[in-house]
Design a protein around this ligand. Structure first.
Ligand code: NDP
Length: 487
């Protein structure tokens, strides 16, 4: 097998073969097996939790400056190994190398580096009550314990880093369960952290499906859960965590609006709309899948969009010239093609709409980048497809487009293109979303908090906001005088 790791799990600083039922990991471009990975058994889950508890006991006492050094070294290792990691991620996800070389391990390295800097600067505060000499209190920022990260399949190593880096920066240990579809790169992150000097057990990877995730969520030894996945999974994870009153961070689905006003730079807006729908073959949670275009520029916008979409290069994902890869799996392939059929009955199909034929890859999960012109009521305009499906909607009034953009249970992201600064900030205040872009789309620098509102999630990853979700404050009151008791 092309990408078989030495073991299925990574527990206590080393690979563990895995005794559970095995499943094949497929290269989505060809639907060919590249590795065979075992689901974690109950005993292996226990092994991971025991190791994490031991790792936590060491790591929480490690000086913050040393924690910072470990995370920074891990970032350097990811950068050093970026090409090999990118090729692995391409094999595991099907995403073109053109993307994985710049967006996956590379963004994971940025994340480790950013939280390395945070680790060294975490402090509590002093609260004085009666001048210099009186009672005071102080706060201690403490880790939570053994945290659980559960990942989706679209950005496997990036998601693992987005969870592990802030968790470790705060002195926690982590058990990470990748998506069963993309089990490989989190193991490489574990290797990098070990090489960087992380104590054994402070970061562990266990494989398996939702059942393994659910068992971990409910385990009383897990202190916190961070999930990236569908909104329905988010509800289940939240319910599981509620039993133990555990904090959760939920990065969930979306159906985000991208609004193009009639004063926008159309070339930029078209480029952003394509990035917001076709990058990673449309498998990005924050995608701007509802593209509202002002009726005065809609004709010109469509013309440019269709020309540039027709030029997209589908092909061998390991060829750096390839721009679009396959979908992740047979299930996602069927789901997206199903939506294409639904779209054809309820909207006007402007491009694509079917399975894509790609030379040399007859069995892969290839679909055409697809564009619909629809009404808001169409299912393709309402439901998260998670494929390269762009739905155009028309508007002519700001008030109206804000109301329509917000008319969704989701609230992950939103974008707008306009030259009118006042309007842009007015819109930014009124759109219901956790992440917004003005004259850009889908940029997620690690310094900026990321997360959703409404059914798109809870809590924030990235930025210093993430620290709040991986640490807790303890208040310590200090009395300097006698006790003034009324009895
Ligand atoms: P899923 O919700 O199907 O799975 C996410 C992870 O949760 C997987 O590891 C899955 O395991 C696991 N899981 C499933 N059921 C449970 C459970 N009951 N308890 C604990 N863990 C469970 O999402 P996908 O992997 O299909 O990813 C696509 C979704 O992720 C989309 O909705 C997308 O919008 C969202 N997403 C959100 C992002 C964000 O930052 N907001 C970013 C990226 C994606 P397994 O799959 O192995 O069975």
């Amino acid at each position: 097998m092309r990408a078989q790791p030495p073991g299925s799990h990574y527990i206590d600083g080393r690979y563990v073969a895995g005794e559970g039922p095995r499943r094949q990991s497929l290269y989505p471009a060809a639907a060919e097996p590249i590795a065979e990975i075992a689901d974690a058994t109950k005993a292996e889950i226990d092994l991971a939790i025991d190791a994490a508890e031991r790792g936590f006991a060491i790591w929480r006492k490690t000086p913050p400056a040393e924690r910072a050094r470990v995370l920074r070294r891990a970032a350097d290792i990811l950068r050093r190994d970026n090409r090999a990691l990118s090729e692995l991620e391409t094999l595991d996800t099907g995403k073109p190398l053109q993307e994985t070389l710049v967006a996956d391990a590379a963004s994971g390295a940025d994340c480790l580096e950013y939280f390395a800097a945070q680790a060294a600067t975490l402090t509590g505060e002093h609260i004085g009550f009666s001048g210099d000499e009186g009672d005071f209190a102080y706060t201690r920022r403490e880790p939570l314990g053994v945290c659980l990260g559960v990942g989706a399949w679209n950005y496997p190593i990036q998601i693992a880093c987005w969870k592990a880096a802030p968790a470790l920066a705060c002195g926690n240990a982590m058990i990470f369960k990748p998506s069963e579809t993309t089990p490989l790169s989190a193991l490489k992150l574990a290797e990098a952290l070990t090489e960087a000097g992380l104590p054994a057990g402070a970061f562990n990877v266990v494989q398996g499906d939702g059942a393994v995730g659910a068992a971990l969520v409910k385990d009383p030894r897990i202190a916190k859960v961070s999930l990236t996945g569908e909104s329905r999974t988010g509800s289940k994870v939240m319910a599981g965590a509620a039993e133990g009153v555990k904090p959760v961070t939920l990065e969930l689905g979306g159906k985000s609006p991208l609004i193009i006003f009639d004063d926008a730079s159309l070339d930029d807006a078209v480029g952003a709309a394509m990035l917001a729908n076709f990058y990673s073959t449309g498998q990005i949670c924050s995608n701007g899948t509802r593209v509202f275009v002002h009726e005065r520029v809609k004709g010109a916008f469509i013309e440019k969009l269709l020309t540039r979409t027709a030029a997209l290069k589908l092909g061998d994902p390991l060829d750096e010239a390839t721009q679009i890869g396959p979908l992740i799996s047979q299930a996602q392939f069927e789901k997206v093609l199903g939506y294409y059929e639904i779209g054809k009955t309820e909207a006007e199909l402007l491009a694509g709409g079917g399975r894509a034929a790609v030379d040399g890859f007859p069995n892969g999960y290839w679909v055409e980048p697809t564009i619909f012109d629809a009404a808001d009521s169409a299912r393709v305009a309402q439901e998260e497809i998670f494929g390269p499906a762009l739905t155009l909607l028309t508007f002519d009034d700001e008030e109206d487009v804000v109301a329509r953009a917000n008319a969704t249970p989701y609230g992950l992201a939103a974008g707008m293109f306009t030259q009118d600064l006042t309007r842009a900030h007015r819109m930014a205040a009124r759109l219901q979303a956790g992440a917004l872009w003005i004259n850009a789309y889908n940029l997620t620098p690690i310094e900026t908090p990321f997360g959703g509102v409404k059914r798109s999630g809870l809590g924030r990853e990235n930025g210093s906001a993430a620290i709040e979700h991986y640490s807790q404050l303890k208040s310590v009151y200090v009395a300097l005088g006698g006790v003034d008791a009324p009895y």
